[in-house]
Structure formats: structure tokens, C-alpha cells
Design a protein around this ligand. Structure first.
Ligand code: IMP
Length: 231
């Protein structure tokens, strides 16, 4: 059985092919639950996609975590990108860093310490009894949700999977790339790439190969591929 990467983004599958011999895209619109961490979101998606596909799946969830904003926008990065926008989010991050001890000065002004994080969730119906943690077993049942989320449309039952899917364990792999939020530079990439600087270069100034070599998704994929090769 082939491994399916559940995504509508062909770029992600091309990136995964650099780490995995046999992976193909599965275009399936799984429910993106709201939660304050990436892990439960990827786990819920992987469970739902596995139930749909009946073959091994990976699902990823990613976001930008700004130190001076206590990790915000994090799992809400897509929403914030499409509401506040990248430039304004970057400015808010740098001003918050200037007001607190969350940044450095680079000569051109304040920059904010941040990280991109990506969590890959893998599900094939197995219970991973012999593998190291973290494995999401759906036991959170919503208690980790922010109070606001609990009162909103996302119910505990949805997070847990009221169809019994919560019992399907999902193995999680996290990749993190540290960086700094700077004034926008470069016109490649997508999302927050122009304001995210890693080792002196923004992600938007890198070509795809350079970015993939250091990116949060690349790091999570590398961890997953190592483990999957032993499986
Ligand atoms: P996704 O989970 O990969 O869809 O990412 C969620 C959101 O995080 C995206 O809509 C972007 O706002 C942001 N994001 C994730 N990865 C990246 C990246 O590599 N560059 C820029 N923005 C990213």
C-alpha cells in the first residue's frame, strides 16, 4: 500500500518525495479543528483521512510562533494571514518584541524572535505500541481547547471524534526552524516567508531547494522518513 499525503498543495508532495520513495497526493478535505496546539489538529485530520482512505496517510499542520506574542499566531496562522495580513502581523510582532524582551536589534530596527513549526500526523490503523512517543490517542477529548473554542462551533465531540475515530492512534513528528521576524524582503515562497529570516536570509529570498533544506516541514518529513523506513 502506498503512503498518501493528504493535501491539495502539490508543492508539499514534491517536497515529501525528496524524503520518501513512494508517496502520492490524496485530495481530501478533512476537518481542521480549532486547538491551541498543532498536534491535535494534525492527529484529528490524520484519523479522519485514514478512515476515508483506508490506507496509510500523513497530514501536516504548520504555523508561525512569535515569542513576544506568546506563540501567536501559531495554529491560527492561516486565519491571521488572511485577515491581518503578513506585513501587519510582522509589524505587530516587532513592536511587541520592542515592548518586551522578545527580540533583538539588527541595526535596521527591532526584530522579533520566532519559529516556524510543523507537525506531521501519521495514521495506518496501528496502535504503535512499541514506538516512542508522541502518539496522539485522542484522549485529550477537548480539554486542551481554549475556553473560547470550547464555547464555539468546535465541540469536544468533534475533537474526540464522536464516531469512535478518537481511538485510532496517530504518530506525531515535529519539525521546528528558528528565525526572526524582520521587515519584508524577497518575493519567493508564500505566506509569512518575506518576514521570516533564518540565518540572515528570509525564506522569500531562498529558492525552493534552499528553503526545503532548512524548513520546518523538511525537518518533520526527515524525522518521519527515518521512522517510516524502519517500519
Ligand atoms: P499549513 O498548515 O501548511 O497550511 O500552514 C498554515 C499557515 O501557516 C499557512 O497558511 C501560512 O500562513 C503559515 N505557514 C506555514 N508554513 C509556512 C511557510 O513555510 N512559509 C510561510 N508561511 C507558512
Amino acid at each position: 500500500m502506498t503512503l498518501r499525503y493528504v493535501t491539495t498543495n502539490p508543492g508539499k508532495v514534491r517536497e515529501a518525495e525528496e524524503y520518501l520513495d513512494d508517496v502520492s497526493a490524496l485530495d481530501y478535505d478533512y476537518t481542521e479543528v480549532q486547538a491551541p496546539e498543532l498536534g491535535p489538529i494534525a492527529a484529528h485530520g490524520a484519523r479522519e483521512a485514514y478512515r476515508h482512505a483506508g490506507e496509510p496517510v500523513i497530514v501536516d499542520d504548520a504555523g508561525l510562533f512569535v515569542d513576544a506574542l506568546d506563540g501567536f499566531p501559531g495554529p491560527y496562522s492561516s486565519y491571521v494571514e488572511h485577515t491581518l495580513g503578513v506585513e501587519l502581523t510582522g509589524r505587530v510582532a516587532r513592536e511587541a518584541a520592542a515592548a518586551a524582551d522578545g527580540g533583538d536589534s539588527d541595526g535596521d530596527g527591532e526584530v522579533a524572535r520566532a519559529a516556524f513549526r510543523c507537525v506531521i500526523g501519521y495514521c495506518d490503523g496501528d496502535d504503535f505500541a512499541a514506538t516512542p512517543e508522541p502518539v496522539d490517542r485522542g484522549e485529550r477529548r477537548g480539554q486542551d481547547l481554549a475556553a473560547d473554542d470550547r464555547d464555539s462551533a468546535t465541540t469536544d465531540a468533534q475533537v474526540a471524534g464522536d464516531d469512535g475515530s478518537a481511538d485510532l492512534p496517530v504518530k506525531l513528528f515535529e519539525g521546528v526552524v528558528p528565525g526572526r521576524i524582520v521587515e519584508p524582503r524577497g518575493d519567493g515562497g508564500f505566506g509569512y516567508d518575506p518576514v521570516f529570516e533564518h540565518d540572515g536570509t528570509t525564506f522569500a529570498e531562498m529558492d525552493a531547494t534552499e528553503k526545503n533544506a532548512v524548513s520546518h516541514r523538511g525537518r518533520a518529513l526527515a524525522k518521519f522518513a527515518d521512522w517510516f523506513a524502519e517500519r
